[in-house]
Design a binder for this molecule. Sequence first.
Ligand code: PMP
Length: 309
Amino acid sequence: AKQPAEHIWFNGELKHWKDATVHVMTHAIHYGSSVFEGVRAYDTPDQGTCVFRLNDHNRRLFDSAKIYRMTIPYTLDQINQATLDIIRENKLKSAYIRPIAFYGDIGMGLQVPFGTEAEVAIAAFEWGAYLGEEALKNGVDAGISSWNRLAANTMPTGAKAGGNYLSSQLISMEARRHGYGEGIALDTNGYISEGAGENIFVIRDGIVITTPKTAAILPGITRDTCMTLLRDKGYEVREENIPREAMYLADEVFMCGTAAEVTPVRSVDGIEVGAGGRGPITKEVQDMFFGLFNGTTEDKWNWLTPVYK
Ligand code: PMP
């Protein structure tokens, strides 16, 4: 297979893609001890390639590390700079960027000695629509998983940690086995939590509801973006517990995340949502969201960081 990009930023150095490797005894492989981010850069008409919400993503990387008492031996500014550098180095116009901090080959013990520094890598490469271009237009068929999302007192879903993605893999594997495009998990209280890698919005009678932070979600940056854009347009947006049947009775459902962007959900558990396609408010959110990158939505919030200017 073709390698996705030339270089990877790895512990402060530029490495060729194939040389950015780790030892099989890497702690993170055995115990899931990594924290990471998914960030996108878009090619905009006015400012060229821009990273979307760069500081917010890397700040969350440091937040995730703090939760696990992990020491990242760089400052937030350094990681922001390195993120811009690796996009430039790979001469990318648009990119998916993956910063990751993890414990390396530090011995077999589960316990990480205090003060152990994490290794840090940042990859940047081109990556299209995660759930497919077709899904962006016509929506995905989603199914509720038999797997619950992590209970709040088991593993913190507010950290974007490698280990959490075993839960996401179970959710998405089951969904695909049942013929769905994506899986949605309930929290341990039985309310809607999130998709395998996306937050959920439900709309009925023009009122937009998304799950609260207490519903075992990763509080997504795209979720925050959609809430901000919708409120800016005058929509009422609430954070409320969403029971499963509210998805069946919704006029519109959409899911959002850095990889999935803003994707309509056209059915849940085989029940059509609204008219069974992309609803009008979902279309509006998509237009506002992608408008940030094609120049039709004013970036009032300073969310864009130019890469080459
Ligand atoms: N929930 C989970 C489990 C995710 O993996 C993601 C993607 N990072 C999201 C929600 C959405 O977060 P964001 O919008 O910050 O990408």
